[in-house]
Design a binder for this molecule. Structure first.
Ligand code: NAD
Ligand code: DAU
Length: 372
């Protein structure tokens, strides 16, 4: 297969960084350029493992900067754009939707304009290009307990400013294919978990709060359901869409792994209690983690006010992706959560820096000022 040159937007975030690691391990001869604005969620350290690779380049910049994107597509002869960059946290979209409209809608539009101009209008890669858009199951809205899982044909019904902004971007991507012939694919994935997950999201928040002996906030009655997938299995799904997916199509990616929030939090508490019980060194490393050391991490669970407009249930039907692309997640929840817990127990430098707000100082110490 011909070597590719990928432009990965948002590659310093949670899923983007995991995707870059996965891709560079499995496609050693491809070139990967990450374009990331390094918002609060973006972290240069997430890319340390590939930073010295000659086939890797980091560009600190904004996807809304269409001229920058055009010049990267031209000067690097990019053939594949994988678009992760977004504002991704639902709670933040409720308190401050502006950034979501700007990045998720205007930013995606900026990328589409640049891709059309360089690849189609200037004819630099009229046939062989691919614009892959990373979307979410949240665009399909919410499910009742007995409803069938979302398929690619489920009508869009986004409920939060975040999911509405993602839905708008999905529609723009679709329109650029239909109207201008841009070679697009879109994937809609369920909730991811794994290494480098920013500790504002449920699973890393619970893990790091247990280690700090802080409350584990459960919104509402805790019976909302999410469908969890290990992040590398998302990367593998995107790889299959890039390699075998039909241009113009949407593909659902998910692991058939629904959990009520309270159940997943209790399960993480059980696993953390077990880790502390079997490895006394953890109590020494994490002296604050008093509840876990006493085998009672679940005592930290605290019910709090519900999220406004909280979607009750998400579930992904990935049968099309399974049948057409041969997609199958590798990790069970048991193996994926065990890897995730180990990663957080071993990478306290990473999450402490992110959580105590010293990340920017730490970044400057590690790298100097972010490069252009
Ligand atoms: P994240 O918040 O961890 O990372 C987002 C990244 O985008 C950060 O590195 C940030 O610096 C960068 N970014 C933000 N605005 C930018 C801009 N204007 N220009 C350039 N870079 C910018 O997000 P994530 O959880 O890794 O999600 C990545 C993508 O996957 C998003 O599009 C999200 O909608 C989608 N998705 C996420 C999940 C999930 O469970 N996290 C599930 C399905 C789909
Ligand atoms: O479904 C895919 C989506 O999953 C992605 O598109 C989003 O980018 C990603 O953030 C995620 O959205 P959620 O809102 O489902 O994830 P979050 O981790 O914020 O919350 C998971 C569930 O846990 C949700 O029902 C809200 C609840 N929750 C969350 C937090 C942070 C709590 O009960 N307490 C909390 O403190």
């Amino acid at each position: 297969m011909k070597n590719k040159t990928l432009l990965v937007t948002g590659g310093a975030g949670f899923i983007g960084a995991n995707f870059v690691h996965y891709w560079m391990r499995n496609h050693a001869n491809d070139k990967v350029i990450v374009l990331d604005a390094l918002t609060y969620a973006g972290n240069r350290a997430n890319l340390d493992a590939v930073a010295d690779n000659a086939n890797f380049r980091f560009v600190h910049g904004d996807i809304c900067d269409t001229v920058l994107v055009e010049s990267l597509l031209r000067e690097e002869s990019v053939d594949t754009l994988v678009h992760f960059a977004a504002e991704s946290h639902v709670d933040r979209s409720i308190t401050g939707p502006d950034a979501f409209i700007e990045t998720n809608i205007i930013g995606t539009y900026s990328l589409l304009k640049a891709a059309k101009k360089v690849w189609i209008d200037e004819g630099l890669n009229k046939e062989g290009h691919r614009f892959h858009h990373v979307s979410t199951d949240e665009v399909y809205g919410t499910l009742g307990p007995k409803d069938p899982a979302f398929t690619e044909d489920t009508a869009y019904a986004p409920n939060s400013p975040y999911s509405a902004s993602k839905a708008a971007s999905d529609h723009l991507v679709r329109a650029y294919h239909h109207t201008y012939g841009l070679n697009i694919t879109t994937s809609n994935c369920s909730n991811n978990y794994g290494p480098y997950h920013f500790p504002e999201k449920l699973i890393p928040l619970v893990l790091t709060n247990i280690l700090h002996d802080k409350a584990l906030p459960i919104y509402g009655d805790g019976q909302q359901i999410r469908d969890w997938l290990y992040v590398e299995d998302h990367a593998r799904g995107i790889e299959l869409v890039l390699e075998k997916g039909q241009v113009g199509e949407n593909y659902n990616i998910g692991g058939h792994n629904e959990w009520a929030n309270i159940d997943i939090v209790n399960e993480i508490c059980r696993l953390m209690n077990k880790a502390f019980a079997t490895r006394p060194v953890l109590a020494e490393k994490y002296p604050e983690a008093k509840a876990a050391t006493a085998g009672k991490a679940e005592s930290l669970i605290t019910y709090v006010a519900d999220r406004a407009g909280h979607d009750r249930r998400y579930a992904i039907d990935a049968r099309k992706t399974n049948a057409e692309l041969g997609y199958k997640p590798y990790e069970s929840f048991e193996s994926g959560i065990a890897k995730t817990i180990e990663w957080y127990l071993s990478n306290d430098t990473w999450w402490k820096a992110v959580m105590d707000g010293s990340y920017l100082n730490w970044l400057t110490q590690q790298y100097g000022k972010p490069e252009e």
